[in-house]
Each structure stands twice: as structure tokens, then as C-alpha cells.
Write a protein that binds this ligand. Structure first.
Ligand code: DP6
Length: 338
């Protein structure tokens, strides 16, 4: 085993994943398609701790809470099973994304952890197998393993991985409305939707249909069709989520105002389309030439950042290792060593 460091970026789905066919294996009810960003990265260092009894997680310079540590430990059990080893590890992870606020931090987090941990345990995985491994941490994480625009296939464990598909160049404007951790996690809300919404089966079949159309629109470079599907599918997902019992709403009045402002921009000749994940922040796709002008128009709604297609998860050198919590904040790392 060795100490390794990896970096991964979040992805924002243009055709959303919302619902599982298998909770244990994290298999999606339908395929999805996303853009991996070139900002808001997660960097993760995995340090072997062969004498430790438990895994330890340091997140953003502080010891993580037991719930977060349990979740990565369960994930690391899959890595240990693949490697045929039992060693515990110390994981140091640093996010430049607000954790849990609907900016896909679990995607970049588990993609970086999968990449670093696979290398730490000397696993030589093909890209699709690394994507399948990341999926076990968080479904959307499998789409942050490949570069740029990725499709995540529905199917059984062997078939359910993400890979890059051809698509035209585009930009995404991220409008951060609220950095707070969301009240209901995606995982919990997804479960509640499948269990209680009368519209769930229609959602699954219409997602399959949209995904097929989206892959074709990407292949032919049809930005208008890509945008129409993106916005329509996002609104369908939020409508579906609001139809759960009890209802859940992730979008707030500012999110709706951004969707309206983007529709107005379209009327005035800037072609752009909105989407939002399980939170109030809005992501807008736009042609590269229009990105700065539209970002300026949206800057009154929150923090605005223009991002482009980013790289897949990758290993870094030892120079990029995340520093120990006690080096960042001397009190935070106390008791973190086994
Ligand atoms: C709204 O991948 O976070 O962002 O598989 O339960 O970990 P789990 O869920 P997660 O859900 C992401 C939901 C979404 C849509 C998407 O990214 O496709």
C-alpha cells in the first residue's frame, strides 16, 4: 500500500438521476447524462493506517462527524474487498464546494476517494471499473470519473458505469443562491419519491426517452435541443419531488426568479437553459460566446461563476497531498490518530 492523492470535480446532470433500481448496489432506475465541471474540486489523500482499528476522515481541516466517517468506511469496505486486504486508512479531504448544499459535493468527493483509494490499495482498475466503484459511494460520483459530458448507463452492476460521449462545447453558469447544507439529503428524498409519488413510474420512462434524445442531440451538436431537454427534465424532476408525501421543495423563490431571468434572456437573443439539483442553486448552460454577458445579467441573484467542461478524476503527486488537520487547525486533529 502507499499514500496517494487524487482530485475530482463535481458534475451537474442535464438528464437527472432520481431513483434507484437497487439501493445496495446503487443502480439507477434510468440512465443520466452530466457535465463534469472545471471548478469546485475535491482533493483527497489516502494514507495507509495498518495498525488502526477504524478508518479516520478529516474533512476540510477538521475531524469529520461519525455519520460521514461511517459512510466513507462502508465505501472503503468495497475497496478492501476488491484488494483482498483489511487495512484501515486515514482519509484527508478538502472541498472547494459547499458540502451538502446541492452542488454535487458527494460526486466529486466519492470520485476523488475512489481514485485515491484504488491506487492506495494497488488496484489497477480500467476506467469503467473505477466508475463502477465510485458509484458505490454515491451514484452521481460515477459520472465524475470520465471527462466532460458523461452518460451513466442503467443496467446491472457490470453494465452500470459512466463514460464520455461526444458533445458540443458549452459553458455552465453556476448561480449559488444558498451555501447551507440542505435539510433532506438526495438519498433520503429519492427514496421517499420512489415510495410515495404517484408519478414515479412515468418519471422513469420519460427519463429513458429524454436520455436517448439527449445523447442524439449531443452527438449532432444541437445546442437548442440539449438546452430544451435540460430545462424540461429539471422542472419535471422538481415537480416529481414536490409530489412526494410529505412534499419536499428544493427550489426557493430566488431559484424560480433565475429560471425566469434565463427565459427572458432567451427572448432577447441569448440562448440559455436552466437546471437545478437537490437544492436552490441554479446551473445555466449557454454557448461559450454568450457566457460572460449572461453571467453579468445573473449576478444580482447570488455568487455567479462561469465554468466549463472539466477533466475526469485523476491522481496527483505527493506535493499536492492534503495537509493533516492538526497542521491546518491544531485543535481539530486531536484524537484523530489511532
Ligand atoms: C439531484 O448521487 O447524491 O444531483 O446515489 O443516493 O448518493 P446517491 O445520490 P446522489 O444524487 C444526485 C441527485 C441529483 C441528480 C443527478 O446528479 O443526476
Amino acid at each position: 500500500m502507499r499514500t496517494t492523492t487524487a482530485r475530482a470535480y463535481p458534475n451537474i446532470a442535464l438528464v437527472k438521476y432520481w431513483g434507484k433500481a437497487d439501493e445496495e448496489l446503487i443502480l439507477p432506475a434510468a440512465g443520466s447524462l452530466s457535465l463534469t465541471l472545471n471548478h469546485f474540486e475535491t482533493t483527497t489523500t489516502v494514507v495507509p493506517a495498518p495498525d488502526a482499528e477504524t478508518d479516520v476522515l478529516e474533512l476540510d481541516g477538521a475531524l469529520a462527524d461519525p455519520g460521514q466517517t461511517d459512510r466513507i468506511s462502508t465505501f472503503l469496505d468495497h475497496v478492501r474487498a476488491l484488494a483482498g486486504r483489511d487495512d484501515r486508512v486515514l482519509v484527508r479531504s478538502r472541498n472547494s464546494v459547499p458540502t451538502g448544499a446541492g452542488l454535487a459535493s458527494s460526486a466529486s468527493g466519492f470520485a476523488a476517494l475512489a481514485t485515491a483509494a484504488a491506487a492506495a490499495f494497488d488496484l489497477d482498475l480500467a476506467p469503467r471499473d473505477l466508475s463502477r466503484l465510485a458509484r458505490r459511494g454515491s451514484g452521481s460520483a460515477c459520472r465524475s470519473i470520465p471527462d466532460g459530458i458523461a452518460v451513466w448507463h442503467a443496467g446491472d452492476d457490470a453494465a452500470s458505469f459512466a463514460e464520455t460521449v461526444p458533445a458540443p462545447d458549452m459553458r455552465m453558469i453556476i448561480v449559488t443562491v444558498n451555501r447551507a447544507r440542505k435539510a433532506v439529503s438526495s438519498r433520503e428524498a429519492m427514496r421517499l419519491t420512489a415510495a410515495t409519488s404517484p408519478f414515479y413510474s412515468g418519471w422513469v420512462t420519460s427519463t429513458e426517452d429524454y436520455l436517448e434524445q439527449m445523447v442524439a442531440a449531443c452527438a449532432s451538436g444541437d445546442f437548442t435541443r440539449i438546452g430544451e431537454i435540460t430545462e424540461s427534465h429539471a422542472l419535471r424532476m422538481h415537480g416529481l419531488i414536490q409530489s412526494t408525501v410529505p412534499p419536499i421543495r428544493f427550489l426557493n423563490p430566488t431559484s424560480h426568479a433565475i429560471f425566469d431571468a434565463v427565459a427572458e434572456a432567451r427572448e432577447s437573443g441569448i440562448e440559455a437553459y436552466s437546471t437545478a439539483d437537490a437544492g436552490p442553486n441554479v446551473a445555466v448552460i449557454v454557448r461559450p460566446a454568450d457566457a460572460e454577458a449572461l453571467a453579468e445579467k445573473l449576478s444580482g441573484f447570488g455568487d455567479v461563476r462561469v465554468v466549463g467542461p472539466g477533466p475526469g478524476a485523476h491522481l496527483l503527486t505527493a506535493d499536492d497531498a492534503v495537509p493533516p488537520a492538526d497542521a491546518v487547525n491544531p485543535a481539530a486533529g486531536e484524537g484523530s490518530r489511532a
